[in-house]
Design a protein around this ligand. Structure first.
Ligand code: MN
Length: 245
């Protein structure tokens, strides 16, 4: 087949001008023979709001039922919905897990950053609390906290200070670094230490405390310090310890 005849068959001859498809730098190539790396994968993953493992009123009086209901059913649900909207038709994060997305997210990915962070952070938060929580860590987690901070009380002091001094909205974190050593940090907004392109301190969060006003204002108003102090009454240390890996 001559080149012109091939192009006619391919449907790219228009009114005397010829528009060459990318593949026709080799006139023998048909579109089916284009190299696989030219195919663009489009995201088809959708994320879902996880159910709480306890009732809205289960953490009261430390966290009141109305706050839990709005926080989970409105705020967290909104992050999931907006994350799915931001990922619809997306190519950069196609087929990636939430952790992979957060590791790759950059300044330019505003909605994926805010809502992907929001989904991860709240999922970890709900799963770090229990109506049977409180007390102090045991076993490997106790040893890791003692090794990193000196004592549980010294850890609490660092974590509470991070939560109190995070100006505006954000999160306080207990994380493990690449060597498994624990450290405390905080992040603004819905960022977290998994965001290697954005976080000052990078690591894997094993415990997070939401210090956005929406997390405590109905019950505590401006008394963030009281909310932080009462958080220790509901921490599920066995769950947190299971993330030491
Ligand atoms: Mn929140």
């Amino acid at each position: 087949m001559e080149k012109r005849e091939f192009l006619k068959v391919a449907g790219v001859v228009t009114a005397g001008s010829i528009i060459l498809p990318l593949a026709s730098c080799n006139p023998q190539a048909s579109s089916e023979e284009e190299s696989p790396e030219k195919e663009t994968k489009v995201n088809t993953t959708t994320f879902e709001l996880p159910a709480l493992a306890y009732g809205f009123d289960a953490l009261a009086p430390n966290i009141d039922a109305r706050t839990m209901e709005i926080h989970h059913g409105k705020h967290h649900a909104g992050y999931v919905r907006k994350l799915n909207a931001a990922l619809e038709g997306n190519t950069k994060f196609a087929g990636q897990s939430l952790e992979e997305i957060l590791a790759a997210v950059g300044e330019e990915d505003t909605s994926v950053r805010n809502n992907g962070g929001g989904h991860f952070n709240h999922t970890l938060f709900w799963d770090s609390m229990s109506p049977n929580g409180g007390g102090t860590p045991e076993g490997d987690l106790k040893n890791a906290i003692d090794a990193a901070f000196g004592s549980f009380e010294a850890f609490q002091d660092q974590f509470s200070t991070a939560a109190k001094t995070r100006f505006g909205s954000g999160w306080a974190w207990l994380c493990k670094d690449a060597e498994g050593k624990l450290f405390v940090t905080y992040t603004p907004n819905q960022d977290n230490p998994l965001m290697t392109n954005l976080a000052e301190a990078k690591g894997t969060p094993i415990l997070g405390l939401d210090v956005w006003e929406h997390a405590y204002y109905l019950n505590y108003q401006n008394r963030r310090g009281d909310y932080i102090a009462n958080f220790y009454n509901v921490i599920d240390w066995a769950k947190v310890g299971s993330r030491l890996g």
